[in-house]
Design a binder for this molecule. Structure first.
Ligand code: ADP
Ligand code: MG
Length: 603
């Protein structure tokens, strides 16, 4: 709270989109429940699923009200009163390093942004299962909750009253609020209204005398029309005056971007849609997106995004969370954003939305989770996702081999796409590797997306396809070596002979690579060979047989001298050039690097 209150953060505007996003979430929840229980919405105004913004200039109060699910007393304590929420510490940490409050919504503490503009906040809430309560806090570390006996009954939902700070007066201007809603909340799926003033022309009767005159003239015959008109101008029957009235003005047109034709949606619209979907309002554009309609047995529309940055906790608890970031809609009704069945875990970094016409609307979440169509949806989503990622590489001028690009005219897009894949790889490369490990049916597609440095990549990233295109005639295997850093590996004696003979060797330096290579056996009919393991062959070497023969006694002696426990075998090798001997891992054993990883339990 201190961080927020004392923040000199200039973009205080963000509080509004956080409140609107919360209101929208609350409306989604009640709408979902109403699918299986129609009574739940109630009648009249209560059933209207909208968001209302009101200003009180005199009292300096800005209020935002929704007819969403509301909060019980317990909810108020749990959701608004507990600072020790899981996202808090992560958020505080992030704030201390980046100072960018803009990301607050991603940490599950967006509500507290109200204190950027208000010094006192009241939350009035009514949940169907409880009485109406008021939560209030001055952000001094304390809050109070009491049964609401003062305000009008809400029926259902939540009203947030912000008592604005002196310097936050601009949020009492209608124009400012309209602009903010336009800018930040364009893709909210519920109508947002502002109680807006309007200057209207009102006809009021003119002076008595004149009007009676008028009446007389109007009684005259039609033949005197012209005269009559002149007369009327001079002596009007009534006059117009300006008067201020108030009415609910709709600020957004509730449009589902995913239902539109992709050709008609602009890049800017996709970016904004991504921001509101992912609560990612950083300046960066998503790295890529894919908007498509699936037809056939299972029909659905989807928009997928590759975010510009990995979320702070993407791999933190990879193996025990099941968090997917896709929102599932059925016929435009939001169902859930916790559907693990839509994407495999390794694609959790994608953001997006799926709207299906095939899934049933009036069943429980649990039933839906079992629905047979989900398998088909998942399969198609994976394909599309991998295509989308492949496209980032294809469009990146840094990626293609120079010879392919020579004739192609440099497009203006090029600069923008340059380096995008390296960026992707930096943020999400590990996910691709986890995919290779976990998803056997897409292993080859995923392997195409793999990038690494090698003895020939010149400090850049290379792909397996590039590796293959550079293979020496007669080379059958793809060579790699694993270790903790490229610098360490470059000095490895295992490379001596290979580099001398101009073979390319891939450096795998991420702990996950050891696991990866247990699953990635081959690519395009080429086998992978760890050069630090037994069994490496570099074509025929005529000297080998003779050497083996002449050193037979020495190898035998070494074998007995080193004794059995630690060493399986001692052999003559033609793979070294400067180093006299190396310790090699047996073909099916753990590499030295793997031993190191297991000892430190890095993964
Ligand atoms: P997040 O929205 O990411 O969960 P917030 O800090 O914005 O984090 O909100 C915290 C919680 O407070 C929400 O998860 C929700 O349970 C509750 N909440 C906030 N605003 C509303 C509202 N208008 N109606 C119902 N619940 C709300
Ligand atoms: Mg929120």
């Amino acid at each position: 709270m201190d961080i927020i209150i004392n923040s000199l953060y200039s973009n205080k505007d963000i509080f509004l989109r956080e409140l609107i996003s919360n209101a929208s979430d609350a409306l989604d929840k009640i709408r979902f429940l109403s699918l299986t229980d129609k009574e739940i919405l109630g009648e009249g105004d209560n059933a209207k699923l909208d968001i209302q913004i009101k200003l009180d200039k005199e009292k300096k109060i800005l209020s935002i009200r929704d007819r969403g699910i509301g909060m019980t007393k317990e909810d108020l304590i749990k959701n608004l009163g507990t600072i020790a929420k899981s996202g808090t510490s992560a958020f505080v940490e992030k704030m201390q390093t980046s100072g960018d409050l803009n990301l607050i919504g991603q940490f599950g503490v967006g509500f507290y942004s109200v204190y950027l503009v208000a010094d006192y906040v009241e939350v009035i809430s009514k949940h169907n299962d409880d009485k109406q309560y008021v939560w209030e806090s001055k952000a001094d570390g304390a809050f109070a909750i009491s049964e609401d006996v003062w305000n009008e009954p809400l029926g259902r939902g939540t009203e947030i009253r912000l008592h604005l700070r002196e310097e936050a007066g601009e949020y009492l201007e209608e124009a400012k609020l309209k602009e903010l809603v336009k800018r930040y909340s364009e893709f909210i799926n519920f109508p947002i209204y502002l109680w807006a003033s309007k200057e209207v022309d009102v006809e009021v009767p003119a002076d008595e005398d004149e009007s009676s005159d008028e009446e007389e003239t109007s009684d005259s015959s039609s033949s005197e029309e012209e005269v009559e008109d002149e007369d009327a101008e001079k002596k009007p029957k009534s006059k117009t005056v300006k008067e201020t009235t108030y009415e609910w003005e709709l600020l957004n047109d509730v449009k589902a971007i995913w239902l539109r034709n992709p050709k008609e949606v602009t890049e800017e619209e996709y970016t904004k849609f991504y921001q509101s979907l992912a609560k990612d309002f950083s300046e960066e554009k998503p790295l890529s997106w894919s908007h498509f309609t699936a037809e056939g047995d299972v029909e659905f529309k989807a928009v997928l995004f590759v975010p510009p940055k990995a979320p702070h906790d993407l791999y933190e608890s990879y193996y025990n969370t099941k968090k997917s970031n896709l929102k599932l809609y059925v016929r435009r009704v939001f169902i859930s954003d916790e559907f693990d069945e839509l994407l495999p875990k390794y694609l959790n970094f994608l953001k997006g939305l799926v709207d299906s016409d095939t899934l049933p609307l009036n069943v429980s979440r649990e039933m839906l989770q079992q629905h047979s169509s989900l398998k088909t949806i998942k399969k198609k989503l994976i394909r599309k996702a991998l295509d989308m990622i492949r496209k980032i590489a294809e469009e990146d001028p840094d990626e293609s081999n120079d010879k392919d690009k020579k004739d192609v005219e440099k497009s203006s897009d090029d600069d923008e796409k340059k380096g995008q894949y390296a960026k992707f790889w930096n943020e999400f490369g590990k996910s691709i590797k986890l995919g290779i490990i976990e998803d056997a049916s897409n292993r080859n597609r995923l392997a195409k997306l793999l990038r690494f440095e090698s003895t020939k990549s010149g400090g850049k990233l290379a792909s397996l396809d590039q590796y293959i295109s550079r293979m020496k005639p007669g080379q059958k295997d793809i060579f790699y070596i694993t270790g903790s850093s490229k610098e360490q590996l470059e000095k490895s004696p295992f490379l001596e002979r290979l580099t001398k003979k101009n073979y390319e060797v891939i450096f795998f330096t991420d702990p996950v690579d050891e696991y990866l290579m247990q699953y990635l056996m081959d690519y395009e009919d080429k086998k992978f060979q760890n050069v630090s393991k037994e069994g490496l062959k570099l074509g025929k070497d005529s000297k080998y047989k003779d050497l083996k023969e002449s050193f037979k006694d020495l190898t035998k002696w070494w074998k007995s001298a080193l004794a059995s426990e630690n060493v399986d075998d001692v052999k003559i090798s033609v793979l070294l050039s400067d180093t006299p001997c190396v310790v090699v891992t047996s073909k099916y054993g753990w590499s030295a690097n793997m031993e190191r990883i297991m000892q430190s339990q890095t993964l």
